[in-house]
Design a protein around this ligand. Sequence first.
Ligand SMILES: [Zn+2]
Length: 563
Amino acid sequence: MDDFALLKLTPPNLQQLTSQYDEIAQSVESLPKNDFSTAELLQSVQKWDELRRHLDSWRNLTEIRFNQDTKNSDYKAAMDLRDEIDPKLTDLDVRIKKLLLVDNRREVIARQFGEQAVAMWECQVRAFDPIIEADLVEEARLVSKYNELLASATFEFQGKTTNLSGMTEFAESLDRDVRHASLEMMWGWFAENRETLDQIYDQMVKLRDQMAKKLNYNNYVELGYQLLTRVDYNEADVDQYRREVVDNIVPLCTKIRQQQSELLGLDPLMYWDEAIYDADGNPRPQGSYEHQIEQAQAMFDGMSKELGEFFHLMRDKNLMDLQNRPGKAGGGFCASLLDQKVPFIFANFNGTMGDVEVFTHEMGHAYQCYESIDLPLADNVWPTYESCEIHSMSLEYLCWPHMENFFGDQADRFRRIHLTTSLLFLPYGVSVDHYQHEVYKNPGMTPAQRNATWRKLEEIYLPHMKFGDLPHLPEGGRWQKQRHIYMSPFYYIDYTLAQCCALQFWVRAQRDYQQALEDYVALCRRGGTLPFQKLVHSADLKSPFQKGCLSEVAAQASAFLGL
Ligand SMILES: [Zn+2]
């Protein structure tokens, strides 16, 4: 491939594209119902696949460029065009998927490419119908309204004007008064905007419920699962997993908080103390950016020949944009350029230990993508979200033996805090999920009832949390800051399902590092050819829906952290 910087953004010609899709559709439709030539069908599928890889690359490149430079008007215009074309592309694809799912075609496709792709198409076809198009537009409008409201929040704190993400930094200050005051101000803003935040969500819940019913689902929980193409587990499985977290991880987290309280000499440990793990503050990666990249190269070279070469390629072709700068969008992500057969990673290094976590995380996504990119169907390159996060989170742990490269003599502290925060995340993550099940199963709840529900769940999942005199939180309002609850229903638990698996890789790596690494690479190579639980079992991991899935992790973590 060319250097990433030289790639050109060429938007598709919609008219031409529609006729290409028509041609593919016609060639499939013209096949006899049963006794057709398999080769002819596969030829059409391959044409469609090439087209989709090309379109997907254009969509991702547009997004990457825009994120790299949000002030560039050409990139903004390209993004707007993409948003405009997107529903049309979905429509075109759904049309082909429908054609491929009938008669004997489904069987031929499943035999050739595996059951997973067709199972996903079935979800996608079922979860979309033109009768909900107007509702989808309204949903997008509500999402933007929520986003804009949060983006409009400004704070004058310690002589600085800052936004919500800027305020989060103060919550990690070593000065307890600063932590408390910053959180008081931030949650004060949520308290002031409670009514609007309640209203937006209330409208969203009713709208989503209505969409589900129009598509003949009993409620939005069912539609939500289909939209996430969850083909091999259901609500009851997820419920079982949440109970597993309550039984195995919540007591561990209570101990972690006790230990933290002792280390900090703060008793009781309050909500505003939670982001600080010991009196020295969180360790920071050492040296310049260039130095860190050299250290990363040494780390991957040390792990395996393939990983080392892969990182070389990422550097060589400029497939990374990791440094923070004005005008660049926030966050971190990995995106694929399927027609170039490479991934791209994006981050915003800011000098904290989070840089190394984000970097190793996104490299996990990138490596999996690279290893799967030649699989014969675009649908099989990336697995579903909960599986994707296994690759990213597990690589974070597999990089552990090399953390001296970044943190020197502070590497042990890094490892402790990394494991600690991963464990602490599990109960919070599942509480966010449990809340949404309650909400969408009872769409008639009032905003006050929803807040009371959230508070009740906090007592189950986060019993150690003490809000003291902070506003908004004691009334059950914390969920309003969790964007996924508004923007991506039911997605949040995917991070914890993946973490449950990644932690099993952590346990394995402690016992036999080489075996863990080999199993990890093999899992990456399977890409998205299987649904979540089958992928998990293929790596000899326990499914999160299996009783006892976290007991070994809990025991090992407890020993490691001296709890
Ligand atoms: Zn990720």
